[in-house]
Write a protein that binds this ligand. Sequence first.
Ligand code: HEC
Ligand code: HEC
Ligand code: HEC
Ligand code: HEC
Ligand code: HEC
Ligand code: HEC
Length: 421
Amino acid sequence: MSELRTIAQRIALSVILLSFLSFANEAAAQDGKALFKANCAACHNIAKDATGPALKDVESRWPSKQLLVTWIKNWNKAVATGDAYAVKIKEWNPGVAMSVFENLSDKDVDAILAYIKTETDALNAAPTTVPGGPGGKTEESDNSLLYGVLTLILAVVSLIMLQVNANLRKLADDKDGVPAAEPIPFYRNKSYITLMTIVLFVIAGYFLSQWAIGMGRQKGYQPDQPIFYSHKVHAGTNQINCLYCHGGAYEGKHANIPSVNVCMNCHNNIKEYGGEKLYKEDGTEVNGTEELKKLFAAAGWDPAQNKYVGQGKPIEWVKIHNLPDHVYFNHSQHTKAGKVQCQTCHGEINKMDEVYQFSELSMGWCVNCHRESKVDFNDEKGGGNKFYSIYEKYHKEIKEKKRDSVTVSDIGGLECQKCHY
Ligand code: HEC
Ligand code: HEC
Ligand code: HEC
Ligand code: HEC
Ligand code: HEC
Ligand code: HEC
C-alpha cells in the first residue's frame, strides 16, 4: 500500500512540475513576441511586405543563421562581409535603412527568430488573411489560450491526484489501525480554498491591468468615412504629396485634415472618376463618381453649372489616430527635425484605400523608437542639425571616438515631461 502511495505522490509532483514548465515555455515565446512588437513591428510584418520585407520564412532565405543574426544586430556588419544576399537585400528599400540593434543580445535575437518561426508555421498551416484586405488585419494566432487550457487541465489532474493520494493514505492508516480524522470534502478544505482564491486573484488582476492600460488603444482602427476618399488613388496612383493636404505635419504639431476647398482646387475640374475599380474593405464595389457627388454637395458646388450654388458644410471625417490628452506629440519635431518618414509611423498610407491605424501609439512604442533612433549629429561629414551644437560633450566624445552616435534618448527623449503635460 505505501508503494502505491509513493507512486501517487510522484505522479502528483511531476504533474505540478509539468504545469510550471508550460508556464515557463510560454514566457519564452512571449519574450520573442514582445521584443518583435517593440523593436521590429514598426517596419516589419510577418505575413506581408511593409517598410521592410515580410519576415515569413526568413531563415530559409539566408545562407546561414549566424549571418542573419549579424544582420539583425547591425546590418552594416552583414553587408561588410560581402555576402551576396546581404548586399542584395540591402537595396530592398532604398528609402529607409533598417535600425541598428546592438543592444539586443544573441538570446534576444534568437527569441525573435523563434517567434517569427512559430508565426510562419501558423501562417503556412492556415492562411487567414482576409481576401483583398490590406494589412494589419490578419488575426493574430496566439498560443496563450492553448497554454491556458493545458495548464487548467493539468491543474485539475494534479488536484485529483492529491485527492487520490489522501484517500490512499487514509486506507493505509486504516490498515495500520491508526484512527482516522473526520474526512473533510475538498471544497471545505482550507488549503484548497486559499489556493484557488490566490490563483483567481492573480489571473483577474493581470487581465484587469492589461485592460486598463490598453483602454483607448485602437491599433488597426479603420472606420467608415463619410466619403470614400482613397489615399491609394491620390497619394499612390496620382502621386500627390502628403504635404499638399497635410502641410501641418511638417510645420507644426498637428498634421491637419484638409478642408473642402483644398479638395475643390482639383475637383472643380475632375468631376468623374475613371480610374481603377475601387472596393471597400468588405469587398463591395464603390462608385468613385458617386463619391465625388458627395464632395460637391459638401462644397455647395454644382458641377453642371460649374459654379458654387449653395452654402458648403464641412465633411465630418472620423478621426482615426487619438493620443490621450496627457500626451504631447508634435509632428514637426519628427518629420522636419527628426527626418522620420510618415510611413514609419503611419504605414503605407499611399497603398491604402481606407486609412487604418498602423501603430499602437503606446508609450512603449514612442520610447523604444527614441532609444533606437539616432539624431543628426553628423560631425564627420558636417551638415548635421545646427541645433545640436549645444551638446558639446557628445561632440567631444564623437571626435575622441568614444561614441559613434547620439540617440534621441541621449538628448532627453525619455524624460517624462517632454511627452507629458
Ligand atoms: C526602421 C525600420 C526597420 C526596423 C525598426 C527593423 N527593420 Fe528589418 N529591415 C528594414 C528594411 C528597410 C529592410 C530591407 C533592407 C533595406 O532596404 O535596407 C529590412 C530587412 C530585414 C531583414 C532581411 C529580410 C529578408 O528578406 O532577408 C531581416 C531579417 C530583418 N530586417 C529583421 C528585423 C528585425 C528582427 C527587426 C527588429 C529587431 C527589424 N528588422 C527592425 C527596416 C527595419
Ligand atoms: C488630397 C489630399 C490628401 C493627400 C495627398 C493625403 N491625404 Fe491623408 N488624409 C486626407 C483626408 C481627407 C483624410 C481624412 C479621411 C481619411 O481618414 O481617409 C486623411 C487622413 C489621413 C490620416 C488619418 C488621420 C486620422 O484621422 O487620424 C493619415 C495618417 C494620413 N491621412 C496620412 C497621409 C499620408 C502619410 C499621406 C502621403 C502618403 C497623405 N495622407 C496624403 C487627405 C489627403
Ligand atoms: C491635387 C489634386 C487633387 C486634390 C487636392 C484632391 N483630389 Fe480627389 N482626385 C484627384 C484625382 C487625379 C482623382 C482620380 C481621377 C481619375 O482617376 O479619374 C481623384 C479622385 C477622387 C475620388 C474618386 C476616387 C476615390 O478616391 O474614391 C474622390 C471621392 C475624391 N477624389 C475625393 C477627394 C477629396 C474628398 C479631396 C479633398 C480631401 C480630394 N479628392 C482632393 C485629384 C485630387
Ligand atoms: C519612428 C521613431 C519615433 C517614434 C515612434 C516616436 N518618436 Fe519622438 N522622436 C523621434 C526622433 C528621431 C526625434 C528627434 C528629433 C530631433 O532630431 O530633434 C524625436 C523627438 C521627440 C521629442 C522631442 C525630444 C527632445 O528632446 O527635444 C518628443 C517630445 C517626442 N519625440 C515625442 C514622441 C511621442 C509622444 C511619441 C509617441 C506618441 C513619439 N515621440 C514617437 C523618433 C520617434
Ligand atoms: C513619429 C511618428 C509619426 C510620424 C513620422 C508622422 N506621424 Fe502623423 N501622427 C502620429 C501620431 C502619434 C498621431 C496622433 C496625434 C494625436 O492624436 O494627437 C498622428 C496623427 C496624424 C494625423 C491626424 C491629424 C492629427 O494631426 O492629429 C495625420 C493626418 C497625420 N498624422 C499625417 C502625417 C503625415 C502626412 C506625416 C508625414 C509628413 C506624418 N503624419 C508623420 C505619428 C507620426
Ligand atoms: C516618448 C514619449 C513618452 C515619454 C518620454 C514618457 N511617456 Fe508616458 N506615455 C506616453 C504615451 C504616448 C502614453 C499613452 C499610451 C496609451 O495611450 O496607451 C503614455 C502613458 C503614460 C501613462 C498612462 C498609463 C499608460 O500606459 O497608458 C503613465 C502613468 C505614464 N505615461 C507615465 C510616464 C512617466 C512616469 C514617464 C517618465 C519616466 C513617462 N510616462 C515618459 C509617452 C511618453
